[in-house]
Design a protein around this ligand. Structure first.
Ligand SMILES: Nc1nc2c(ncn2[C@@H]2O[C@H](COP(=O)(O)OP(=O)(O)OP(=O)(O)O)[C@@H](O)[C@H]2O)c(=O)[nH]1
Ligand SMILES: [Zn+2]
Length: 392
């Protein structure tokens, strides 16, 4: 399928999702007027859709105790609740939950009756997550309930195909639509080479090119912000995420900082994740540049991002071909003939290895946690029984 057609399909797909959401909203209003009274404009501007309404049995919760997480600092979260912003604590249960189950930016949450604590996190419709940095093998949630991810990269030495492939795999796993945004196009005579390279990282992926300092170049990017959709801005420090956010918002919402001249790296100006509201509609989560972006559970996602390699490997002589030096390897033949780059195969193999290792470590950990949970439960049960026996 030609790339232009795939990009067109992506845009149509986004428009279809927006229309479906509007249609669902109308259906819910016709069928459940009380729910919809509560699903007022404010909630809808916060990105509320029927997917979340279905999880709430009590309309009172909808009216007064539902909120969207704007930012989280340790055990305190800033939550948009109606027209107000509240600093609320996480309950002890949530503080002790697995990191991935704790509230994160973009989550819909239910507060307790005093509006001082988060009681529950609603099921997410999407979640961008990575394996946390350091020695951990736990998922760290980055942004929840996002529709589109702007993967930002600049037209200079920072640009790396392998980094984009990693972001694309995480985005696919998250269940969001990826758009690669190339910034700093004003510093080049011709950005054609960067555009070509960006398009080569996933068949049909959308690529937009901007000078984030010049609002007149942003029409293509704005086309991806439909209604009250939520967008996550990800990419290395210094690529211009906060600059782009400010330009889209037409006001200074986030601080920006200069980059180092020698290696074009940023200075990690943005230090925490935060959800911002655009006056024109739409919500944007600015994510600080992440030094490490480890993947897990991206088996299917790698199949989508590296569709070309997976298609070629079906023609390899051996079904378990690793494309190292096996005879009859269709992938190596494609490299030999210049139809595939060696860099892309190396990047694919690296991600496959990393994914296999991290996914099996996670599975082991989950199994251990389950058996530990059973042991604790067993012990508690025993105590309760002993307690009840009392006088014996
Ligand atoms: N010439 C030019 N400079 C840009 C562009 N986008 C951003 N910059 C500059 O690049 C520098 C870094 O921009 P930021 O917006 O702070 O980058 P960031 O991605 O938010 O960085 P972190 O907050 O550290 O993650 C600033 O000096 C911006 O003015 C662009 O399109 N063209
Ligand atoms: Zn092969």
């Amino acid at each position: 399928m030609p790339d232009v057609f795939k990009r067109w399909l992506y845009k149509r797909w986004l428009a279809l999702i927006a229309r479906t959401i509007t249609l669902c909203n109308s259906l819910v209003s016709a069928l459940f007027p009380c729910v919809v009274n509560a699903m007022n404009d404010v909630l809808i501007k916060l990105g509320f859709v029927p997917f979340f309404a279905q999880q709430l049995a009590d309309p009172v919760v909808l009216e007064s105790r539902l909120g969207r997480v704007i930012s989280v600092q340790r055990s305190v979260a800033m939550v948009a609740c109606g027209d107000q912003r509240r600093n609320v604590e996480l309950t002890l249960n949530l503080q002790q939950a697995e990191p991935v189950d704790r509230p994160t930016v973009g989550d819909w949450v239910i507060l307790d009756e005093t509006h001082t604590r988060i009681e529950q996190v609603l099921e997410r419709k999407s979640l961008f997550k990575r394996i946390g940095s350091g020695n951990t093998t736990q998922f760290q949630p980055i942004a929840a309930n996002i529709d589109v991810v702007f993967i930002v990269s600049s037209c200079n030495d920072e640009f790396k195909e392998s980094r984009l492939e990693r972001y694309l795999a995480l985005c696919d796993e998250a269940g969001a639509i990826p758009v690669i945004i190339l910034t700093k196009v004003d510093l080049l005579d011709d950005a054609g080479g960067y555009i070509e390279r960006a398009r080569s990282v996933q068949s049909g992926v959308a690529v937009e090119v901007v000078n984030a300092l010049d609002p007149s170049t942003l029409d293509g990017v704005k086309g991806w912000i439909e209604g009250n959709s939520t967008i996550a801005l990800v990419g290395s420090s210094g690529v211009g995420k906060s600059t782009l956010l400010n330009a889209l918002a037409e006001e200074t919402l986030a601080a920006t900082g200069s980059i180092r001249e020698d290696d074009k790296k940023g200075r990690h100006t943005t230090t925490h994740r935060e959800l911002y509201f655009l006056a024109s509609g739409g919500l944007i989560i600015d994510v600080p540049g992440m030094r490490e972006l480890r993947v897990a559970d991206v088996d299917d996602a790698l199949g989508h991002v590296f569709e070309d390699i997976e298609e070629l490997s079906e023609k390899c002589r051996f079904i378990d071909c690793k494309h190292m030096n096996e005879p009859g390897c269709a992938v190596l033949a494609a490299i030999e003939e210049g139809r595939l780059s060696g860099r892309r195969l190396a990047s694919y193999q690296k991600l496959v290895r990393e994914n296999e290792f991290a996914t099996s470590t996670l599975a082991e950990k989950r199994a251990k946690d389950r058996s530990f949970g059973k042991m604790v439960k067993g012990g508690k049960l025993h105590k309760e029984k002993t307690g009840r026996r009392g006088p014996l």
